[in-house]
Design a protein around this ligand. Structure first.
Ligand SMILES: NC(=O)c1ccc[n+]([C@@H]2O[C@H](COP(=O)([O-])OP(=O)(O)OC[C@H]3O[C@@H](n4cnc5c(N)ncnc54)[C@H](OP(=O)(O)O)[C@@H]3O)[C@@H](O)[C@H]2O)c1
Length: 236
């Protein structure tokens, strides 16, 4: 049984990760900004009470990261799998900012959530990860962060934040390999969620099933890779 921690799990892919990990019999601490309002997660507690905890975590608030670490380390002596999932596509109510409408605060916020937070959360939680059984760190990236596969979208800050995340992940993977910790970056396909919209072709249960299969079979040799939910390597 793995001890799993997931960020940004009250909806979308984070919620589906939580659900499937629990169904697989893992012990899960899932995190979100406002547990009291996370009714989906609360309802999972009814069926998985003994193996499931919800801890508050706003990934861009360092105090919140410290409090979450304190609470998690009182519940888990190790983390076998940390999934950095929380992400945003835009830092403001306007969905995207195109050339001619750039807005510093928007770009900074997207970078904070998508690129900087996974680095800081991982750094803070690392003592527990180092204690893990075949420990794995997963950074949820996006194909849009691939410079060579860029398809001319208008989500400048989102795409660039995932490119930055890829670089952080690649650097960190080499570092943590010394402790036998596996780190890789995953793209889950274009998935039907609030972010992915209803037009997306992939259902979240399928995407998560594919990613969990990759995670379960991950080895140190694939550390530092950037893969999609079906296991295909994505060029940087
Ligand atoms: N859907 C796709 O097609 C797709 C494709 C490629 C990659 N991705 C990546 O997959 C991940 C999940 O995306 P999704 O589609 O599930 O998006 P989503 O439905 O918009 O959900 C995003 C989640 O991130 C949380 N979050 C945002 N800011 C946070 C913060 N500061 N602290 C803690 N949690 C925060 C949200 O919490 P609140 O409810 O509190 O806002 C929500 O639970 C993201 O990293 C995204 O970039 C998605």
């Amino acid at each position: 049984m793995m001890k799993v921690v997931i960020t940004g799990a009250n909806r979308g892919l984070g919620f589906e990760f939580t659900k499937q990990c629990l169904v697989q019999g893992e012990e899960v601490i899932t995190t979100c900004r406002e547990p009291v309002n996370a009714l989906n997660l609360q309802s999972l507690k009814e069926t998985h009470n003994n193996s499931f905890q919800i801890v508050p975590l706003d990934v861009i608030d360092y105090h919140s990261i410290e409090l979450a670490y304190k609470q998690i380390s009182s519940l888990f002596s190790r983390i076998d799998l940390l999934i950095n999932n929380a992400g945003i596509i835009s830092g403001s109510i306007r969905r995207y900012h195109a050339f001619g409408e750039f807005f510093t605060e928007d770009i900074v916020r997207v970078f904070q959530v998508n690129a900087i937070a996974p680095l800081l959360v991982t750094e803070k939680f690392y003592p527990l990860v180092k204690n893990g059984n075949q420990p794995k760190l997963v950074f949820i990236s996006s194909r849009r962060g691939s410079i060579s596969q860029k398809e001319g979208t208008s989500t400048y800050s989102y795409d660039a934040s995932k490119t930055a995340l890829n670089m952080f992940g690649k650097r960190l993977a080499a570092h943590v390999k010394r402790d036998n910790v596996i780190l890789f970056l995953l793209h889950q396909g274009w998935v039907k969620t609030d972010m992915g919209t209803d037009q997306a072709p992939v259902r979240s249960p399928d995407s998560i099933k594919g990613m969990l299969h990759i995670i379960e079979n991950a080895t140190l040799a694939m550390s530092g890779s950037f893969l999609d939910w079906q296991g295909n390597l994505i060029p940087w």
